[in-house]
Write a protein that binds this ligand. Structure first.
Ligand code: NAP
Length: 266
């Protein structure tokens, strides 16, 4: 009799980095439970099935506890071998110009929903004393993000949380890995209304490469991976740069209208 394949949950698998992570899981022999908030998740699932995985899709808002409960139920009590908590989104413009419901949705998706899912699945992993957790943080967590202030704050939280949880689990067989991408060519910037900014129009990293870096780090049980040498350099410099200076640098990349500076520079 064929052994049952292991199960992986991938959130935010309908596009970008999560889509590539889910493909890597499928290629590596996992069955998948994948989630996103719109019907594109069903199209994405077709691609994962072509790679040999049995796929369950969940279309739900992971900013809500109910949405996370729905995703957890979709696993049908099967042991989760890998949790790739990747769903997240940004929000451009000045904080005081942002709609507060939209602000809250960033926090609820990137932090609250992510933590709730990790809490539920993590407890099961602790009972089984086995599991791999990959959390998509960001190098944005190293920089106060003028004109994406809330988003960068959520990623600072997630980067920090990931290392702390890893430490709490160091005497178990559960590993926690933080993937910290730099600017990556996905739907992120359009969704965050950042297409009139320098970072929105600049050349970015390939999501397939970023996902591969994260996936390999997760499989190796590493603590973190900053994808790409330029981003590695940027994060090293950020750790010794005053926050006020970092915020000013971020303004140059993310201020509305800064896209024209990118064109002038190139
Ligand atoms: N792109 C970058 O430059 C970059 C850099 C560093 C870190 N990251 C992080 O990488 C992760 C993936 O983003 P991406 O760049 O691949 O962007 P993306 O192409 O926009 O993908 C985001 C994914 O998350 C899902 N998602 C977002 N909010 C959700 C919610 N409330 N409920 C359910 N699903 C939700 C989206 O599905 P729906 O469309 O259905 O909502 C989509 O599948 C995010 O955590 C992001 O913060 C991105």
């Amino acid at each position: 009799m064929e052994a049952q394949r292991e199960l992986a949950i991938i959130t935010g698998a309908s596009s970008g980095i999560g889509f590539e992570l889910a493909k890597l899981c499928a290629q590596d022999g996992y069955d998948l439970v994948v989630a996103a908030d719109d019907p594109a998740i069903d199209q994405a699932a077709e691609e994962f099935r072509r790679l040999g995985a049995t796929v369950t899709t969940v279309q739900t808002d992971l900013a809500t506890l109910e949405g996370v409960d729905e995703l957890y139920r979709a696993c049908g009590g099967r042991r989760v071998a890998a949790l790739l908590a990747n769903a997240g989104h940004g929000l451009g413009k000045a904080f005081l110009d942002q709609d507060f419901d939209a602000v809250r949705h960033v926090v609820d998706t990137n932090i609250t929903g992510t933590l709730y899912l990790i809490h539920k699945v993590g407890r099961d992993m602790r009972t089984a004393n086995a599991g791999r957790i990959l959390i998509t943080g960001s190098i944005a967590g190293f920089m106060p993000g003028a004109f994406q202030a809330v988003y960068n704050g959520t990623k600072a939280f997630i980067d920090s949380f990931s290392f702390a949880l890893r430490n709490e689990l160091k005497d178990t067989e559960i590993t926690v890995t933080c993937l910290m991408p730099g600017a990556t060519e996905t739907e992120f910037f359009e969704r965050a209304d950042l297409m009139d900014t320098k970072v929105g129009v600049d050349k970015k990293d390939d999501p397939a490469v970023v996902a591969k870096d994260g996936y390999e780090a997760m499989k190796a049980g590493e603590a973190d991976v900053v994808s790409g040498w330029k981003n590695k350099l940027q994060t090293s410099v950020a750790t010794v740069t005053p926050n006020e200076m970092l915020a000013e640098q971020h303004r140059k990349m993310a201020e509305p209208g800064s896209a024209k500076n990118a064109k002038k520079a190139s």
